[in-house]
Design a protein around this ligand. Structure first.
Ligand SMILES: Cc1cc2nc3c(=O)[nH]c(=O)nc-3n(C[C@H](O)[C@H](O)[C@H](O)COP(=O)(O)OP(=O)(O)OC[C@H]3O[C@@H](n4cnc5c(N)ncnc54)[C@H](O)[C@@H]3O)c2cc1C
Length: 431
């Protein structure tokens, strides 16, 4: 549509933080841009846990891509699954057919790493997609529904026990939000249940939570979670999972009907099949301008690009992906197309944050080396996340939902949807 032979075609794979921002910055410069994603929306991944705990609806953290690019005529969108990249033919293979490119920007993000444990993969909930978060919300609520008519106290206890693996920001944020949901909201909804028996474990293999944060902030996060009733187990690994029995390496066996896995990411299948040098975690080793060493027309941005800066790998976070997307657009426009010099990619860290329930967060900001906790950090977190949500409507609706919830302790989304009944039935039948 509107494509002309003399305009070069840039294919962008993935409309997450990296791909979306690359496509936006490429637009308006005489290129034909094709944005390919298996979903027809851009997802604001950092707020998935809010969907899983009923604080936000699915549509509030996602923006339809055709709407986002409606006014940019040089950006077309294709909903397709990209299966392979043929670097020699300069072609991607998709379930909608092959597509040629002059430039390729790969930004497919990462997938959950189960460290090869199939049992955990089958049993656990994770947080990579919108459906996962909605399914987890339904599952959590369904556990309490089932607990109201459990066959015996042991089964009831298992249904009300939640084990979260991974003490990074995702695990910490979910644990905090789940604890508040149970403590303030579900306690009222399920007055007949012994809610003081509901248990939330947060299991982390390292000696502390939130490993990349300064020590004081880590300690604060742990204290705060413990105050919310979360049992934090450090230096602890999961060794086996069988049904609702979770075996920890220290020998403890916890009976939990819910296992949530937030313990790391790895390369998606598309990157595994890419014929390019790889670094740790299956990430692609990229040149200083984020291109492939032997293919200057192919770029990798976001979670899958591996580069070190000041002796450390650039982290797998939203900001490096956004900045990488902006940067490769500039390299394609200015360096490749016009022969201008563009300095190597350099990531500027605006700071990292994690929220721990209502009115509490930790924020490590490079500005003045600020290390903030409590309500101040939480207020910064709130403003930053509202600002980053795609679309004016999403910001307004999210603000209203949060406002109502914070005042009334009443998250707006408490619907059980989808096919959780069969899963939980299987648990009951094991009794
Ligand atoms: C639960 C969770 C919470 C997080 N919280 C934070 C946080 O608070 N702050 C922070 O900075 N970072 C956070 N992160 C990390 C952050 O989300 C990622 O670093 C960031 O999303 C990476 O951007 P990306 O563009 O590489 O990939 P993504 O944003 O994941 O986008 C990848 C896109 O590619 C598409 N795609 C993938 N494979 C294919 C294919 N084969 N064909 C077609 N389309 C495909 C996907 O549908 C997706 O739209 C969090 C991550 C998770 C999972």
């Amino acid at each position: 549509v509107g494509e002309t032979a003399h305009h070069k075609r840039v294919v962008v794979v993935g409309a997450g933080f990296g791909g979306l921002n690359a496509a936006k910055r490429l637009s308006g410069h005489g290129l034909n841009i094709l944005l390919v994603d298996r979903n027809n929306y851009h997802l604001f991944v950092p707020l998935l846990y809010q969907v899983a705990t009923g604080n936000l609806g699915e549509e509030e953290i996602a923006g339809p891509l055709r709407q986002i690019f409606r006014t940019r005529r040089d950006v077309r969108f294709l909903r397709a699954n990209v299966q392979q990249v043929d670097l020699k033919q300069r072609q991607i293979v998709t379930d909608a057919g092959p597509i040629d490119y002059d430039y390729l920007v790969l930004a497919p993000g990462s997938v959950t790493n189960y460290f090869g444990n199939r049992a955990i993969q089958q049993q656990a909930y994770d947080f990579k997609a919108l459906d996962d978060a909605a399914a987890l919300r339904s599952h959590v609520l369904d556990m309490f529904e089932r607990a109201t008519h459990a066959a015996n106290p042991e089964q009831q206890q298992a249904l009300m026990t939640f084990l979260i693996v991974g003490g990074g920001p995702t695990g910490v944020e979910f644990a905090g939000a789940l604890a508040e949901l149970v403590r303030h909201t579900l306690r009222r909804d399920y007055a007949q249940l012994p809610m003081q028996q509901a248990k939330i474990y947060l299991v982390e293999g390292l000696p502390s939570l939130l490993a990349p944060f300064p020590d004081r902030l880590r300690q604060y996060a742990q204290r705060r979670l413990e105050r919310l009733g979360v049992e934090v187990r450090l230096n602890t690994l999961v060794s086996a999972v069988e049904g609702e029995h979770v075996q920890l390496k220290d020998g403890t066996n916890i009976r939990a009907a819910t296992l949530v896995w937030a313990a790391g990411v790895q390369a998606p299948p598309l990157i595994e099949t890419l014929d390019a040098p790889k670094a740790c975690g299956g990430r692609v080793s990229v040149a200083p301008d984020l291109s492939l060493v032997d293919h200057p027309e192919v770029f990798v941005v976001g979670d899958m690009a591996y580069r070190e800066q000041d002796g450390q790998p650039i982290p797998q976070l939203a900001q490096p992906a956004i900045q990488g997307g902006h940067y490769v657009a500039e390299v394609i426009r200015r360096q490749r197309e016009r022969g201008e010099q563009v300095p190597p990619f350099r990531y500027h860290d605006p700071g990292t944050m994690a929220v721990i329930g209502r009115f509490a967060a930790v924020a490590a900001l490079p500005v003045l080396s600020l290390k903030l906790t409590g309500i101040v950090a939480w207020a910064i977190w709130l403003v930053v996340h509202l600002y980053q949500l795609v679309g004016f409507r999403n910001r307004i609706v999210a603000m209203l939902d949060w406002g109502y919830d914070y005042v009334r302790f009443d998250p707006p989304v408490r619907l059980i949807t989808g096919g959780t009944a069969e899963q939980t039935l299987a648990i009951s039948q094991k009794e």
